[in-house]
Design a protein around this ligand. Structure first.
Ligand code: TTP
Ligand code: MG
Length: 451
């Protein structure tokens, strides 16, 4: 923890949904849900208007439709999200050379490394508001929440507390009191598995954690985790800002309190880990081709198996199905006792390759794995809700809905007011997909996320 509040954390508000509302004026102020809108898809994000109905990230889309049937359900435009992300990261890099992006819409900035020396509340308030204003201007209206504090933990917590569209500065010396009432899940690194173990010990909050004995924590969680939790419970966090680095894989691991030997126990854990990895992958705006399963046995030997698909994927079901398939291949190891299970993805691309994936899906079918239906894109004729289209006469618009050989388009853009709706035959030669303008790759930009 630093002697001054010199770490800034910025996170855009309802990022994907906010980009959609910016570019689709008729959706401003309305519930918008972005995500997998077919079959077993899950919600990537929901506008704050939709969150009032209980819709949230990672919820199955069919459940969101039940809670909020009147929302606009859009499949997402990663090109537009990447452009916005780049604009935001450029602003942050003008503050300091030391910027650590965590996902497309989130980053830490080391203000001290940027030559800032005045960390008074006044100066930080001016700085925080100015950054938020610059983001709004550069992105054409997206709002960001900003937190400033003396460590990563506190800065990130502050930006969460600032949400939406706010600024929170945590003065040095107030950190320990500020976190006392938080639940243990608020501590970085405490995932569902660790939280569950803490709950079993009756430890629900940071205050409970402070009261726990060192021995008890060590016994239940191991020395490293116990030490980490105790430090964080007192806001002791000296993690540095690591700057941009290319992340080549995303993975999650569970170490078990007791060794597992049964497929029935390990399958749901594998699925849960796969879903979490998939959510982090989607958050980074990327797709992965390789899925890896790691097992550590009671004798501490590690066994890793991977499978590379023909196309890149990002869905919960596909990643879980492959991970479970890999688990099945290692079934013979189970009687020895599994101490640790990890699921990882790698081989990233910026685009899904759904048509290619179809081939590997049918291969997977042979191994009798239940996979979600695969959408094959038939060139421009496969319009998805939310996609940008252009009509030779009516100009630019977006796909409002499709079905029965028809496509309904709303003709509006970020610069117009709410526009009119018209319906066409899907093969109307005057209608086409608007080409995505892919900006130049910027190695310190998005697609670079926390491991
Ligand atoms: P978040 O910053 O977690 O969420 P958000 O920006 O939508 O909302 P807020 O920060 O105001 O709470 O994630 C950023 C984007 O990442 C989000 O807009 C969509 C994507 N994402 C997923 O695709 N899947 C997920 O499970 C999550 C959490 C995010
Ligand atoms: Mg966000």
């Amino acid at each position: 923890m630093r002697a001054e509040a010199s770490i800034l954390h910025l996170d855009l508000d309802a990022f994907f949904a906010a980009v959609e509302q910016r570019d689709k004026p008729s959706l401003r102020g309305k519930p918008v849900v972005v995500g997998g809108i077919l079959g077993r898809g899950v919600v990537s994000t929901a506008s704050y208007e939709a969150r009032k109905f209980g819709v949230h990230s990672a919820m199955p889309t069919h459940e969101a439709r039940r809670l909020c049937p009147n929302a606009a359900y859009l499949s997402g435009r990663f090109g537009a999200y990447r452009v916005a992300s780049r604009q935001v990261m450029a602003i942050l890099r003008s503050l300091s050379p030391l910027v650590e992006p965590l996902s497309l819409d989130e980053a830490f900035v080391d203000l001290a490394a940027g030559g800032h020396t005045d960390f008074s509340l006044d100066a930080l308030t001016r700085l925080g508001q100015e950054v938020r204003e610059q983001v709004r201007t550069a992105t054409g209206g997206l709002t960001a929440s900003v937190g400033i504090g003396s460590s990563k933990f506190i800065a990130k917590l502050a930006s969460e507390q600032a949400k939406p569209d706010g600024l929170v500065i945590v003065p040095v010396g107030t950190e320990v009191d500020r976190i006392a009432q938080l639940g243990v899940r608020a501590i970085p690194g405490v995932g569902p598995a660790t939280a569950e173990r803490l709950y079993r010990l009756g430890i629900l909050t940071v205050t409970d954690l402070r009261a726990a004995t060192a021995n008890e924590l060590r016994r239940e969680l191991g020395g490293t985790t116990a030490a980490w939790l105790t430090d964080l419970a007192y806001a002791r966090d000296d993690r540095g800002i690591s700057g941009s680095r290319e992340v080549k894989s995303i993975s999650i691991e569970d170490t078990f309190a007791q060794d597992h030997t049964r497929m029935e126990d390990l399958e749901p854990i594998t699925a849960r880990d796969a879903h979490e990895v998939a959510a982090r992958l989607r958050k980074s705006g990327m797709f992965a081709r390789t899925i890896t399963l790691k097992l550590k046995l009671a004798d501490f030997t590690t066994h890793t198996r991977s499978r590379t698909l023909l196309g890149a994927v990002d869905s919960n079901e596909t990643i879980a199905a492959v991970a479970i398939e890999l688990l099945g291949q290692q079934r013979h190891l189970l009687p020895q006792g599994i101490r640790l299970l990890g699921v990882g993805v790698s081989g990233f691309t910026n685009e899904a390759q759904e048509a290619l994936f179809e081939i590997s899906a049918s291969r997977l079918d042979e191994s009798r794995i239940d996979l979600p239906p695969v959408t094959v894109r038939h060139g421009a004729l496969n319009y998805r809700p939310g996609d940008d289209v252009t009509h030779a006469v009516h100009g630019p618009g977006w796909v409002w809905g499709t079905g029965m050989g028809l496509v309904t388009v709303r003709f509006e853009t970020a610069e117009t007011g709410p526009g009119p709706i018209r319906t066409f035959q899907v093969d109307d030669p005057e209608l086409s997909s608007t080409p995505v303008r892919v900006p130049d790759e910027d190695p310190s930009g998005p697609g670079w996320i926390e491991e």
